[in-house]
Design a protein around this ligand. Sequence first.
Ligand code: UFG
Length: 344
Amino acid sequence: MAILVTGGAGYIGSHTCVELLNEGQEIIVVDNFSNSKPEALKRISEITGRQFKFYELDLLNEVQLEKVFMENEIDAAIHFAGLKSVGESVTIPLRYYQTNITSTVILCEIMKKYEVRNLVFSSSATVYGMPERCPISEEFPLSALNPYGRTKLMIEEILQDLHKSDSGWSISLLRYFNPVGAHKSGLIGEDPNGIPNNLMPYISQVGVGKLEYLNVFGNEYPTLDGTGIRDYIHVVDLAMGHLKALKKILTSTGIEAYNLGTGNGYSVLEMVDAFEKATGVPIPYKIVEARAGDAAICYADPTKAKKELGWEAKFGVEEMCADSWKWQSLNPYGYEIKKKFIQV
Ligand code: UFG
């Protein structure tokens, strides 16, 4: 029995591979390294002491992908591969539709052909659009605010249709809130291309001195300190959520969406404070204009995942910050240069 992991070299994918291998699963990873590095795969083996099969390929390449199914006994797929930058998706929407949607359709076609009908899909809390209230439960209305969000929403709908057409499919739609943190070893973590869009990698890069200060996007939201509130979740907790979802889909059929969040909201300034406390590293910041399209408050109701998957987040913000910092300070240039960073 093998689990296909698409995008397994990426941030959430690599952490999930580690937990799958630790659990004794056989995995087959595919990745095209469009936003990840081969080094991540070496480090997965270094952490777990296990080897696994890897194919460098683009999911849009049907012929190469089919070869993976021909050569292996695959029981289920965890589908992480895809583009994920909101801003970029507004500039190059067609590339987002092609990469995210077409590749998912191709993957499902091949899965169907090889009678592999178990799928865990990387969705996002972005499918709730601008939520009217919090906490957000899975029954909330769905909408999209940008092409990236639309790809996630459309894929969810495509998978719903697929299940309607053939009830033998077993699909889990995992709606991630805000993944942060890194593996305890500090060997794998988030390695964004260029200047980070997201809060935690930005804070960590200010911490190592790569960036001068944090821009806090707006302080006039209706929150305690005026800055935006999010549900930050440790990436290892998120990885464990995939293992639980996998267990569920392998033992039942149906299609279900689950929020993967902690249920707790933290403001930008609370995160800055938590980071400084956890690491002792000061984070200078400036308040700047709010970012277009940002919700004021967004946090999950994770009850359904607890009830149906037996999953709940275990790590708090202190560990999220400490682990993000360990990764960033040991790898100031991400996977690019493997040298120990010496703080001056
Ligand atoms: N923020 C700053 N400064 C920064 C970056 C972020 O103040 O440099 C603030 C944002 O305004 C927001 C919070 O920090 O209040 C979190 O922002 P992120 O960019 O880290 O995360 P988002 O909640 O905007 O986006 C995340 C995922 C998206 C997903 C979205 C909705 O990155 O993929 O959640 O679920 F679409």
